[in-house]
Design a protein around this ligand. Sequence first.
Ligand code: CMC
Length: 429
Amino acid sequence: MLEVQNTGMAELRIGDKTIELPMLEGAEHEGAIDIRALRKETGFITYDPGFVNTGCCKSDITYIDGEKGVLRYRGYDINDLAEKCEFVDVAYLLVHGTLPNKEQHDSFSAHLNNHSMLHEDMRHFFGSFPDHAHPMATLSAMAVSLSSFYPELEDTSKQENIDYKVTRLLSKMRTAAAFSYKKSIGHPIVQPRHDLKYCENFLNMMFSTPVNNYQVDPVVANALNKLLILHADHEQNCSASVIRMVGSADANLYASISAGICALWGPLHGGANQHVIEMLERILEDDRGDVKKVVARAKDKNDPFRLMGVGHRVYKSYDPRARVAKQMCKDVLDQLGVSDPLVDLAQELEAAVLADDYFQSRNLYPNIDFYTGLTYRAMGIPTNMFTVMFAIGRIPGWIAQWLEMKEDPHARIGRPRQIYTGPVHREVH
Ligand code: CMC
């Protein structure tokens, strides 16, 4: 880890008292003020709902420049990784900090294969969920259930132990995701296969049946590989922060990931990809494709409606992942020979957003979820599985964030403060 630079002291004056707070600078020159001594020295806390201005950790993993639309994992640009890498290698990169050499890649892939099956007793769990259960609910339950079936490896100083931990989660969650889909459509589950690579294996578990001879389409497998890379990490977003928070209480990795899956499910976070498609379907069916009407609703402060897949806390320019996803959506539809009226509608909606003063003045652009769902749809992935796809992609990032927190000597249990606004002391009479 590159130590942050101390670049001087900031002065804070409260009444006639002045205190000095260290100023810090990260590797890409983002500045921060270290307020750790604030309450001790002044009795004051900071008030920052949504943690808009609050840095919770120092991190080596992912860098975002929201103004310039830059996203890098361990220094590598997202476009470069999506163009040239396998998801499995990007997972290795996020966790270990370097791309794997051939030997490391083979060993990591072998671990993925070895861990791909689910314990038979866990397989029976799927039968107990109702058919209409959302696959994110099932996935989260399966993640925490892993803790009762597979012991934690505590010593993370050994690379072998880390690989064991990481590949077990990556591999088993992929299997659990495919099983949850099979259960939801009443089909028999399909077991993982050692002769298939990570993405092909998932597609085979999703779409193969005892009565068809399913062949994985390389166009679909490549698209899945890219989509998972685009999702693999995004620094201190809502779900990653949840995972760090849960892990900070010394809860195990599986429990922390399970909580992260629940956070991701929210429509303001990863759940947006499902809601984008449902929004587009409604515009087409209920509003006959009237984009102007829906844009007007999104701008109306008396209407709680928001355009899904638009806006981002950090990106104040075009989301670099959305740029890749948009091009990929076009390429995949072309290559598969699919035409989808929702894609034309999405493009029309995007053009209306980009031309509108409301969205321009607030720096609101399409985010990653705007085009990914359309691509999943063309690949045959059902709408209620979109956020599960996001989760599978995000698992390596979540694990990397959790491991980094565990190794951080400054990490403490997450415990924010509050400004109490309820009744002052009263007595029961
Ligand atoms: N439609 C209409 N107005 C919006 C939208 C939207 N999608 N997003 C933000 N705004 C407005 C908001 O009303 C506010 O206006 P004003 O300044 O007049 O009050 C301004 O823009 C700033 O919005 P905010 O809610 O303060 O921004 P935030 O950083 O707290 O929220 C967000 C970020 C992503 C939750 C929000 O933009 C949103 O709800 N977008 C739709 C849901 C979505 O697509 N989520 C996926 C995010 S990307 C995937 C991931 O999670 O990594």
